[in-house]
Design a protein around this ligand. Structure first.
Ligand code: NOJ
Length: 554
């Protein structure tokens, strides 16, 4: 059944709340997406990952689902959704939905039943335990700060929530829960969806007995639920009963996953998932996963190269941004400097030329950047929880927390899409649910659509360049100069044909003498400056954030 179409796909991720508001309530919606199908198609992408649009009380912006089979009224109706999918399909665009089943909302009828009594038929849909005296059953921590357990007076037991208290973890050890997940997947496949992005799928299986986690000031318990071995049985079961019956693409969000365990989840012959969204690259500039540091390019390249060298039969996912990450141009370079455009384009080259399926997150293609929010302007539950916890337990560290969140907060990526320079950035007719980045007058779609040298036009160019290009899709990967602290240089090759990709990650010029492109008769095929060098008899100089792609045939 599987054609593995995703190998030649470029994805566009839509975070619906912030994409386009069609009905003047300040919240993005499905009809807003329909309005923008031509724009999406114009990017050249052929697949969309849609963040959750299901019914939800929005404790975590839709990642807390109260009805897996219906659409949140603020986004529209199931009929709107069907119309959107039909139009996408007519335009050759596949659609992958978010599948959030590590946890549900506490407002889901399953949980409402589950908490009623210890002998309720739904009790075992969730993970309930007795406390230890007045304390929680173990020391695991929520990813949103604090304990991962919430006491419920009604039955004098605690339930596990690895995210917010309103996101109780489902009990995957219960076959009835797995059956529900299978039925949900089949329901959406029958309605036309092409696959799923499985939210924190690496957390679904918890070790027998829920043992205490080893000491860690921030995240405790991971070793007992990240890719715990039973996950493979669970995924095999869903794969057999659902995913493999359709021409699907299943990509798992793999928090905490180590490279050496990745293939167990994605090798084609293991019948689990097709690919994982790994976090090693995204965490490279965070000390202890928390404190932002300057990008160490050597470390960054080492991780990218290791994932590029996954064995045959294991497929990569390529991304810099999503709704959980700060904006890449603010993170990996100087977004406020004179080379902002070159930076954004260089970053595009540095990952779009790799092996795997690339994802572009809405706004990345126009170079949207971080927004400097005041502490009380954040909307994201995670940031709010972190601030509350620091204020309560470590008040002297609060100013530091504010400084850190400015750089890493998820809200940086959740500001409304900047469509034009008019009121509300063309996102909505009214003041939107969340602050718009004040730079929308300069950074917006309309301005860039008419400028052939814009970031947007460059994204279109590189997507087009990639599409159907066998060397980029299937070619070998080889890294040059891994110790160079400024340049990322790699080769993609297939038989006699190859590309050499050179990206300058620095905001100043950098010389490269050790590669004799002249002797190789290399032809420049793409670059982010209007006149990149074709002559390199004495080596070459890369200008600030310059990126060049050369083609060589031997
Ligand atoms: C990962 C999602 O991407 C994130 O936005 C969410 O908060 C957590 N999983 C919990 O569902």
């Amino acid at each position: 059944m599987k054609t593995r179409w995703y190998k030649d796909a470029v994805f566009y991720q839509i975070y619906p709340r912030s994409f386009k508001d069609s009905n003047g309530d300040g919240i993005g919606d499905i009809r807003g997406i329909i309005e923008k199908i031509d724009y999406i198609k114009g990017l050249g992408v052929n697949a969309v990952w849609l963040s959750p649009v299901y019914k939800s009380p929005n404790d975590d912006n839709g990642y807390d689902i109260s009805d897996y089979r219906d659409i949140n009224p603020e986004f529209g109706t199931l009929d709107d959704w069907k119309e959107m999918v039909a139009i996408m399909h007519e335009n050759g665009i596949k659609i992958v939905m978010d599948l959030v089943v590590n946890h549900s909302s506490d407002e889901h009828p399953w949980f409402q039943e589950s908490r009623k009594s210890k002998d309720n038929p739904y009790r075992d849909y969730y993970i309930w335990r007795k406390g230890v005296g007045k304390k929680p059953p173990n020391n695991w921590s929520s990813r949103f700060a604090g304990s991962a357990w919430k006491y419920d007076e009604l039955t004098d037991e605690w339930y596990l929530h690895l995210f917010s208290e309103k996101q109780p973890d489902l009990n995957w050890a219960n076959p009835a829960v797995r059956r529900e997940v299978i039925d949900i997947c089949n329901y959406w496949f029958e309605l036309g969806v092409d696959g799923f992005r499985c939210d924190v799928i690496t957390y679904i299986s918890k070790a027998e007995g829920l043992p205490k986690g080893k000491f860690n000031p921030v995240l405790r318990g991971d070793e007992h639920f990240v890719a715990e071995p039973k996950i493979h049985n669970y995924l095999n079961e869903i794969n057999k009963e659902s995913w493999s019956k359709y021409d699907s693409m299943i990509v798992g969000e793999a928090a905490g996953l180590k490279l050496e365990d990745a293939c167990l989840l994605i090798a084609e012959d293991r019948n689990e998932m097709d690919s994982v969204i790994q976090f090693e690259t995204a965490l490279v500039d965070l000390k202890m996963n928390v404190f932002p540091t300057k990008l160490n390019l050597r470390k960054f390249k080492k991780i990218q190269s290791a994932w590029q060298n996954l064995p045959e039969g294991c497929w990569n996912t390529l991304f810099y941004e999503n709704h959980d990450q700060p904006r890449s141009i603010s993170r990996y370079g100087n977004a406020d400097g004179p080379y902002r455009k070159e930076l954004a384009k260089m970053l595009a080259v540095s990952y779009m030329m790799l092996r795997g399926t690339p994802y572009i997150y809405q706004g990345q293609e126009i170079g949207m950047s971080n927004i400097a929010l005041k502490p009380d302007e954040y909307a994201d539950i995670m940031t709010k929880r972190i601030f509350d916890t620091v204020k309560k337990y470590f008040p002297p560290l609060y100013p530091l927390a504010v400084k850190i969140m400015k750089k890493v907060a998820r809200d940086n990526a959740r500001t409304p899409m900047q469509w034009n320079g008019l009121a509300h950035a063309g996102f909505s007719d009214v003041s939107p649910w969340f602050k718009i980045n004040p730079n929308f007058g300069d950074v917006n779609v309309v301005i860039q659509e008419t400028n052939p040298n814009s970031i947007l036009m460059f994204y279109k160019k590189i997507v087009e360049f990639r599409k159907g290009n066998e060397i980029i899709i299937n070619g070998e990967y080889k890294e040059y100069f891994p110790n160079n602290r400024s340049l990322y240089v790699f080769e993609r090759s297939l038989k006699q044909k190859r590309y050499i990709v050179i990206c300058n990650f620095k905001e100043h010029s950098v010389n490269l003498n050790a590669i004799d492109l002249h002797a190789m008769n290399a032809q420049l095929v793409l670059s982010n400056y209007p006149n990149s060098t074709q002559s390199f008899t004495n080596g070459m100089t890369l200008r600030p954030y310059e990126a060049v792609i050369y083609y060589i045939e031997s």
